[in-house]
Design a protein around this ligand. Sequence first.
Ligand code: NAP
Length: 263
Amino acid sequence: MKFAVTSRGDDLSNDLQKRIKEQLMKHGLVFNQHEPELVITIGGDGTLLQAFHDYAKRLEETAFVGIHTGHLGFYADWVPSEVDQLIDDIVHKPFQVVEYPLLEVIIHHNQDEGERHLALNESTIKGLGGSIVSNVEIKGDTFEVFRGDGLCISTPSGSTAYNKALGGAILHPSLASIQISEMASINNRVYRTIGSPLVLPKHHVCLLRPLNEVEVQVTIDHYTLEYRHIHSLQCRVADERIRFARYRSFPFWKRVKESFIRE
Ligand code: NAP
């Protein structure tokens, strides 16, 4: 099997990266940074997010497994003390694949085809230097006109990240859906928004169309893009999915509990 190992870059993660690479090669696995079947990330969820974007063009051929060298992660759910066990499992066990939904974002500048992006956590749209006023269309119909700091559209596995800080719900990743949550909406007699996070199923497309002359900032996970103007931001559940290599069970709700309630 071809594998790659990525590191957050701190000493502990780099040491583990070296050790895992050497051990797996000693057991006959092939180190291949360009076309890996398994990507082992060492660091945190941010390290796995980066690896996802690095290998986004070959999601069908690549599975991910994350080791966290900081606090427990949602994607990085192995700890350094389990590394020998993980190496043994990788060498001796075929892994089970668990797939999570992704978000497809298409940024349209005019009536063009648009720039397509995939997000593992979320995409956000904000006004730069002022509130954004945006038409929110769901499945072809205007739902509301939003005015405020911005909107966050997250995946189920990203629902524990920025979305959670915005008061969004935590969604189980088996639900192929996207969630729209508001950032400081202005609500008065002129502007009225729903105020609650919305969860859309796979076949519903959400189109955000800025109406005012504000410059916009669009984020795709940890990447930030800035535009003088966009025509629209189109979001839906992507056809692609991320594949995680599972060697042992660690249920999602247990990870939520251990991350946010107690270890
Ligand atoms: P960062 O600002 O360095 O770290 C953001 C934090 O979010 C890190 O603690 C990271 O965990 C954690 N995180 C990432 N994905 C997560 C997930 N699915 N569930 C729970 N926690 C998660 O930024 P970054 O490392 O480049 O990550 C970018 C992400 O930051 C964005 O996708 C967004 O979700 C998040 N963010 C959150 C807020 C907020 O909560 N107010 C604001 C902006 C952005 P690790 O330490 O394990 O890497």
